[in-house]
Design a protein around this ligand. Sequence first.
Ligand SMILES: [Zn+2]
Ligand SMILES: [Zn+2]
Length: 113
Amino acid sequence: MRKHFVGVTVKKVSSSRDCANPDCKKSFMPRVYNAIYCNAECRKIITNQKVLQRYYDKKARLNSRRTCLTKACGTRLSRYNEEDICEQCKRERFIMRLIGWGWSESKVRRDFE
Ligand SMILES: [Zn+2]
Ligand SMILES: [Zn+2]
């Protein structure tokens, strides 16, 4: 199928692109404008890799002992905390944001105590 495309018209090559699968990188003619893989197989390989990568990233995050990134805080982060700072610092960040929006600092702090 589509064998007749192989090696035809040099003119058309200007619109061909390389497969986004680094193990393939085959030059191909996209059938749809946003195609980035030469075929469904390559797309499947990369998609699976991404899914796996996400899985491992998540696993690594859950298994690692993380501490709050705020300087001079160092609170151990809960494994359920998806961010890099602790609950306390998140609250502080939120307060600072409200103050940045024009809220009164004393009122905000009172409300959050
Ligand atoms: Zn490919
Ligand atoms: Zn913190």
